[in-house]
Structure formats: C-alpha cells, structure tokens
Design a protein around this ligand. Structure first.
Ligand code: ATP
Ligand code: MG
Length: 753
C-alpha cells in the first residue's frame, strides 16, 4: 500500500479521503455542488493505480460529457503520468461504441457500422412512417423519435416493450414502427445514439461469456453525475458490477436535470438496495463558491419538496452579493453584460473565467451579435455546431459513402449534390429496386445501370458516380485520408459547386470545408475521424484561446467559472413553459434544480437578469420576472438596476400583485425605442427594425394604431386586461387597469376595447 502521506491524499478533507480510500465494495458519494465529488472520483482512480490495486485497463470510468472525460484524463495524467491513457474513460456512449465495434456481429451489425445523428434518424423514421402509410403531418417523425428514445432510455428493445407508454402514437402503431425502424437500421448497418447502450445491454444479456469477460476485466467502476443516469445506463452498470460490486458513484439529487431525457433520480435510491452494504459518504464543505453565492443557491433549492436534503457550508469569504438586474429586452441584456465583461477584463479577468449560461439555445444569439460587434472572443458550447452546417454534412456524407458503402442515408443526401441528373425519380427507382432485392441503394444502383430502366442521361451520371466511389474507395489505403477527402470533394464537383455559387455565404462555406480537411489531419484514419464526428455531434465545442463561454445550463453541468451571468430569468422562459405545462410540479422542480446548477457554477460572482420584453421564435412578448427571482434570499442579493424596474407591488422581489396571476409588471426604461409597435390582428407584436449602430439604439419608427388614442379611452391589454388611459407620452400610455392597478405600458400592447 501507498503510504498515507501520498501527496494527492493530502489535498482532501476527511470525508473525501474516506471515499477515496474505501476501494473495495460499493460506494455512493451523495453531496451538493462544489463539494469535490469529481475530485474524489479522479483521486480514487489515481489511488487505485498508485497502490497497484489494479492495472489501468482494469478501470472503467464514466463521465457525462466528452469535455468532462478529457478533463478527468488530464487531471489523472497529472497525478499518475502517461499510464492514465490506458484507463477506459469516457461517456456511456463512447464506451458503448467501443464495445459494439468489438462485438458488432453479435447484435446483427458489422463492425464498421454508422452512428446516425438526429438528422439522419429523423429522415429514416420519416421513411418508415411513409412505408407504413402513416400520415406524417399528423404523426411527425420527431414525435416517433421521442417515443422510441424513451423506450431506449429504459433499455427496452421492441420485444420488451409492454402496453402503456407511447401507444397513443399513430393509433397504436408505435411498437410496429419501432420494430420496422430497428430492422431498417440493421439493414443499413447503422445505429442511433440510444442503440449504443441498448445493443450493449442485449450483447451482455444474450452472451453471458462476454459479460463475464468484461466483469473480469473491469474490476473497478467509477461513475460521475450519477443522478442523471437513465434506466438503461443503470442496468448496464449493474450488470458490469454484479460480480465484484466495486462500483463508486458520485452524484447530487439537487442537480438532476435530465428527467426529460429519461434520467431517473431513483437510481440513487436503488443503489443501496441493489448493492447491499454500500458505503454512503456525504460531503458538506463546498470549495467552489463564496458565502453569498452558496447561500443564494441553497435558499433557492430549499423551495423544492422532492429532495433528499443536505447541508452545505463554506469557509470562504461571503464575497460579493449575487447581482440582480432588470432590463428592457434581450438586446439591452446583451449590451449590459457585454459592458460588464469588458469591465472585468479591464480589472484583469480572463475571458476563460467568464460564462453566460442560458436556459434556451436561442438566447445565445443576442449575445453572439453583441460580442461580434464588440470584438469579444466567445465560444458557444453545444450550440449551432460546426458539424451541423449543410456543407459539412454534405462533405461528411461523401466521406461516409467512401468508408461505409452501405450507408444509404449518406448516398441519398449527396446523390444529386451537385446536380447531376439524378433527381427524385431516379432515387425512387433505386429505393424500389433496393427494397425488392433486399439490398442497399448502392447495390441497387450497381444493378440498375446494367439495365435500361433509367433515362440515358441518368444512367450515365449514375454509372459515373458509382465509378467515382469505387476509385475513391481504392485510395483509402494509399492516400493520407485528408488528401483523399480533398480529392473526393474536388472530383465530385462539390467544391466547384460552391466556387460557382454567387450567394454571400458561399465563401464561408468553402472556408468551412477547408477547416474540415484541416480537422481530419488530427486523426489517424478516416474511420477514426468519422467516429469522432458522430460522437461530438452531441457535444461540440471549440478549444484554445481566451474566450467567454456561452452555453445552456444543461451543458454547464460539472463546470465552474469565476464569473457567471444568468440571463433570461422570466416566467415562460425560465422556468420554461414546456416544463411547466407537461409535468406540473415535477417539471417546475427540475427547472429549479437547473437554476441551482446555474448559480453553483460561479466561484466569485454571479449575476442574474431578466428582461421586460423578449423575442421568442421571432415574436416579441412582454414578460414578467421568473418566480425564481422572488425566491432569491434578499440578504444575499443586490439589485443592480433602478429599483423601479422591479415593480411597485411591494411583495418581495420582482413580480407585482397584479390580478389573478395575470399581472406583474415593472416600469421599463422607456428611452429605448428601436422597436416598431405594430398592430396585428388579436394582440400586438413587436418587430425589430434596423440594428444597433455603435452600441446605440437606432430609432426607426414608432407608431400607434390609426388615429391614436384619447385620454379616458377604454382599452384592452394582453396581460392586464381592461383599463382606461390616464396619461399619454408618445407611444407610452399610463393606464388605470380595472384589476391590475395603474401601469405604464406601450401602446402596441394595447387594443381599443
Ligand atoms: P459539481 O456538483 O458541480 O459537479 P463537484 O462536487 O464535482 O461539483 P468538484 O468540481 O470536484 O466538485 O470540486 C469543486 C471545486 O473545489 C474544484 O475547483 C476543486 O478543485 C475544489 N476542491 C474540491 N475538494 C477540495 C479540497 N479538499 N481542497 C481544496 N479544493 C478542493
Ligand atoms: Mg462534479
């Protein structure tokens, strides 16, 4: 055994050390944010290796994201050196791929199977729906994907799906469609993300010898972010740990934020019954955040009822209070946060230490635009991703066809891109032939060019394309793969297509294609590159350089930053309407956990904001502060904007009495008027006109309804109901509402009653 004075052990507190040193048997570390769970896991791994308890390849470590895997790998390498590279460390998906590549034939695949991304999955589901004559307008592929994904989250293959769930879809056809979809996937030698786990479960349960082999190999199992495992993942872990029970899971029930994707907090409760005698360790000291930040997060999460409950404390300074700010709209929010960041930068802060965490992906756009104007470098993590751009997907489809000729979806994507006389009619004929002969599209093509079924022009074009693919495939072993990629894109005419394209975005697309080729050089083979892309599609991110990070709260899990901005705390956006509507209290509590995750990402400073107006899916809406704003503890929070903005109800923060929940308003800073009020049917919408020049609002036009309003006139407002106009100032009206009291509103939100 290693002497107790091993330097890495000295960096732990007593409870952490206990969790690290209990190497044998099941261990569950259940603790709040920032208490060092991930540090415990990494140190435990180091300890296993340093004490010679096992060899690196005998450890299996699971993290929630690729980024987290990389971080753990780096930290481990710092502790134990290069042997860290031999540990099987990755996400459930990555480990699933690794296992399936080795045993593909046992689940009906070939080892070079393709991993479909969401887009391919939807296209394939649509084909399945059409083949079963289901009305795709009424029963869209996306909805079927959700049903099937939930089944897969639970580890249910078609033969295991019982009654109940999902059966409402397409008049009870969901299961039949699921079966057909799985059959199609096998024919295509492909699987979707859910399959990466479900197939390995099948592999283990129908091949006890193989399961035994991996149980033997992985003598120690470690799992981070355990609260967000789904049932399939849980079953998978249980199978692997069954013989030795050397499994250590760390998690926090208050950070369970993937319930909507099938995660089950109950897995925490099950742990103790499935692994009797499990050692449960609780960590209570938070090492990440200041006193005010921790107190704010703790007070907020205390509003949840469904929680195990825990104590958290810190030795750190109280630090600065959590900032709270009301703004006019998303543009102003982005402008002010941009100013804050520049101020931080002047005080010596690094951009890498700053993050903006949003509830919904669309919120990043206002920030991106603002940061581009300011020249402030930023990265969007998990956002609109490089590999999702059309030209990249096209190029990838070519490469997939070269590596995996039976990839029908890839062929279909590029068969007529660039245009080469192989239109919809040809594709239809290929599909028919493929179905009749039970082959792939490529197989059908090879057969059909020998006949006179196609028009001569199409036949020549198809024969040529097939020849091209044959030639490129022969080059795989001869040419460096990035050069091959360049050759493929040139010879297929794909690059030329964009070179001749006159649209303004064509140069950018050509640059992206160059970037793609450059990216390929970092991988040893074409297959390795394709696999990498399939995996990062879930979790893309840029590296290097000092940049502000923009991401959703969901992707911020496990991370920490000195300064965190949390914009968009408005009802409907956060908590999100969808979460509230679908699952009531349960949904609301998951949203509150998300808020808790957000606040606890901050080390030194956390700033929350909400806007009076928000553009959601292109529509302007007036909004009221999130109920979470009201739940913040006043002793730890400092208002950063004019108090008037928080409303006049006097009841705590933000939201004002109003009538029956419909109310809630705050005075807005009226001087911003780059908006054009526009009457449109029922209710009014705002439409943004013009842009921001040098950071100043450009006044484009303001207009009320025809003829304007008169003092004393009775009106109807979307949120506050009926009222009478008491004062007018341009497009601002002061109205005495019948239920909500006196308020200032913009005329565009008002209709004559
Ligand atoms: P989360 O729930 O957000 O995933 P966590 O419990 O995994 O948090 P870590 O990320 O492991 O927490 O640790 C939070 C911070 O506290 C890190 O910066 C870590 O280095 C630091 N830390 C953890 N334990 C100690 C310790 N004993 N002494 C000093 N710093 C520590
Ligand atoms: Mg962690």
């Amino acid at each position: 055994r290693q002497p107790a004075a091993a330097p890495y052990l000295a960096k732990l507190n007593e409870a952490q050390r206990e969790a690290v040193e209990a190497l044998d048997g099941p261990v569950l570390v259940l603790a709040g944010a920032g208490t060092g769970k991930t540090r415990v896991l990494t140190t435990r791994l180091a300890h296993l290796l340093a004490t010679g308890r096992c060899q690196p390849w005998q450890v299996l470590a699971v993290t929630f994201t690729n980024k987290a895997s990389r971080e753990m790998q780096d930290r481990l390498a710092a502790l134990v050196g290069p042997i860290a590279g031999d540990v099987r460390l990755g996400t459930f998906h990555a480990i699933g791929v690794w296992l399936l590549r080795r045993h593909a034939e046992l689940v009906g695949l070939k080892s070079n199977f393709t991993i479909l991304d969401t887009d391919d999955q939807l296209r394939l589901l649509k084909q399945v729906l059409e083949a079963h004559e289901v009305d795709v307008k009424r029963w869209p592929a996306r909805a079927l994907a959700a049903v099937i994904d939930r089944w897969k989250d639970k580890g249910l293959t078609p033969d295991k799906v019982g009654g109940g769930d999902g059966n409402g879809f397409a008049d009870g056809k969901a299961l039949e469609l699921y079966r057909a979809y799985q059959a199609r996937l096998l024919t295509l030698n492909a699987c979707d993300f859910g399959d990466l786990l479900v197939h390995t479960l099948t592999l283990f349960s129908s091949n006890p010898d193989i399961l035994a082999r991996y149980q033997e190999q992985f003598r120690y199992i470690l799992v981070d972010e355990y609260q967000d495992t789904n049932v399939a993942q849980y079953l998978w872990l249980r199978l692997l740990a069954q013989s030795h029970h050397n499994i250590c899971c760390v998690g926090d029930d208050d950070q369970s934020i993937y319930g909507w994707r099938g995660a089950e907090v109950d897995n925490i409760l099950r742990f103790e019954s499935d692994f009797p005698g499990a050692k449960v360790v609780r960590l209570e000291r938070n090492y990440r955040s200041t006193g005010h930040i921790l107190a704010t997060a703790s007070a907020l999460i205390a509003h949840n009822e469904a929680r195990l409950g825990k104590t958290l404390w810190t030795d750190d300074d109280p630090g600065r209070m959590v900032g709270l700010r009301g703004v006019w709209d998303g543009i102003e929010e982005a402008r002010i946060i941009g100013e804050d960041i520049e101020a931080l930068q002047r005080d010596g802060a690094r951009l890498d230490d700053i993050a903006i965490l949003v509830r919904a992906g669309f919120q990043t756009r206002d920030f991106e635009e603002r940061f581009l104007t300011l020249g402030l470098p930023y990265r969007v993590i998990g956002g609109p991703r490089f590999y999702e751009r059309a030209e990249i997907r096209d190029a990838m489809a070519y490469l997939r066809m070269v590596a995996q000729p039976d990839d029908d979806l890839a062929l279909e994507r590029i068969i007529n891109v660039p245009k080469r006389a192989l239109g919809a009619a040809t594709v239809k004929k290929l599909h028919e032939t493929a179905r009749a002969a039970g082959t792939t599209l490529l197989g059908a093509g090879t057969a059909i060019v020998e006949t006179d079924e196609l028009r001569p022009q199409a036949r020549t074009a198809l024969a040529r394309l097939l020849d091209d693919f044959r030639r490129w495939r022969a080059l795989i072993d001869v040419m460096p793969h990035h050069e091959l990629a360049e050759t493929v894109l040139d010879e297929s005419g794909y690059t030329a297509m964009w070179q001749h394209d006159r649209s303004p975005d064509a140069p950018g697309r050509l640059e992206n294609l160059k970037e793609l080729i450059r990216a390929m050089e970092e991988f040893p083979t074409l297959a390795a590159f394709l696999e990498h892309v399939a995996l990062v599609m879930e979790n893309a991110e840029q590296r290097d350089e000092d940049m502000v990070s923009l991401m959703t709260l969901h992707s911020a899990k496990g991370l920490e930053f000195e300064h965190v901005f949390l914009p968009g705390w408005e009802e409907g956006l956060f908590p999100h309407q969808r979460a509230l509507g679908e699952s009531g209290q349960k949904g609301l509590e998951e949203e509150r956990r998300l808020a808790y995750v957000g606040i606890t990402r901050a080390r030194r400073q956390c700033t929350i904001s909400f806007a009076a107006n928000r553009r959601v899916h292109g529509q302007w809406q007036s909004s009221i502060p999130s109920r979470f704003v009201e739940e913040l503890p006043a002793d730890h929070v400092e208002k950063l904007s004019d108090p008037g903005i928080y409303g006049s109800g006097g009841a705590g923060w933000g939201r004002v009495g109003g009538a029956g929940g419909a109310g809630g308003a705050y005075e807005a800073p009226w001087e911003k008027s780059d908006w054009r009020g526009r009457q449109k049917g029922y209710g009014a919408r705002y439409e943004r006109r013009g842009g921001l020049i040098e950071g100043e609002a450009t006044v484009v036009e303001t207009s009320g309804p025809e003829g304007g309003y008169a003092l004393g006139q009775r009106i109807f407002h979307q949120k506050f109901g009926y009222g009478r106009i008491r004062a007018m100032d341009g497009n601002k009206l002061e109205i005495e509402f019948e239920k909500a009291g006196r308020k200032k509103v913009m005329d565009a939100f008002v209709d004559p009653a």
